[in-house]
Design a protein around this ligand. Sequence first.
Ligand SMILES: NC(=O)c1ccc[n+]([C@@H]2O[C@H](COP(=O)([O-])OP(=O)(O)OC[C@H]3O[C@@H](n4cnc5c(N)ncnc54)[C@H](OP(=O)(O)O)[C@@H]3O)[C@@H](O)[C@H]2O)c1
Length: 289
Amino acid sequence: MAALQDKIVLVTGATSGIGEVTARTLAQQGAQVIMLARNPEKAATTQQSIIATTGNQQVDVVLADLSVLQQVRTVAAELHAKYPRLDVLVNNAGLMFGAEREVSAEGNEMTLATNHLGPFLLTSLLFDLLQKSPAARIVNVASMAYRFSKPTLDDLQSELDYSAMWEYGNTKLWNIMFTQELARRLRTHGITNVTTNSLHPGAVATGYGKQSGGWLSAALALGRPFMLSPEKGAETSIFLATDPTVATTSGGFFNKKKVEPVKSRFNTPANNLRLWTMSEQLTGTKFLD
Ligand SMILES: NC(=O)c1ccc[n+]([C@@H]2O[C@H](COP(=O)([O-])OP(=O)(O)OC[C@H]3O[C@@H](n4cnc5c(N)ncnc54)[C@H](OP(=O)(O)O)[C@@H]3O)[C@@H](O)[C@H]2O)c1
């Protein structure tokens, strides 16, 4: 029997890079894989390619743009209608935006909306499906770029001070802080069948940075030949999603499959709690209160 037979896993951002390799590898290991994607054509092509290369027919697509909270609510309802439970949620989709601050239709700064608010809302709305699993894992793809951040919760939407790089780093710190606060809440609620961890995948040659434009895109293009392959970059995501040695580990930040300390003075329990409360307000959801 394949290792992940009977597991239902959802991977966001599975049309490219680290997410595509994660989805393909989990399908290879026998899981039923749901790809959450925003681009229907790319999603259909990737779905067909994963089915063809793995022989696993159980590869599904659901469509949503994570930066649009209303689409996250709609896709969560669709997932409830289609699946009895969820065993793994990999919040992988994420990107860096351009030099000019942009906002979503709902008025949220685009990096914040895509990298943090969308995944926060999705996790919240799918939490009951995860709880139905005997052993569920929530894996949040963060980044070492959290160290290149200027975190403040007084200007969460970066209305006063915006830079693409700082904003990307901030949202990757929010991914780590969200994971820690989620793990704390799971503990205080006595929930032992759901774990959550975050990770840095390495510097990986993917589509990352292409859409941000300017000098950053140019620098990343020059660096791409020296970066990890997407296959190598997906290793820690797959490890956290499947490996028995981390079955009960929760709240950790992983790099190269090893837990490591988060080096940010902003990463305090009080700030984790404040970020959670603000995220609840901005997404209109209540979650493990
Ligand atoms: N590459 C690196 O060096 C690196 C380093 C540290 C962390 N990371 C993190 O790794 C994760 C994956 O990035 P990657 O490097 O694999 O980049 P990528 O190749 O650009 O893939 C990003 C994926 O996210 C999807 N996505 C973006 N915005 C979305 C939205 N609003 N709604 C739904 N899906 C959306 C993209 O969909 P489309 O195909 O439609 O664009 C794509 O499938 C990200 O969270 C990134 O921050 C990457």
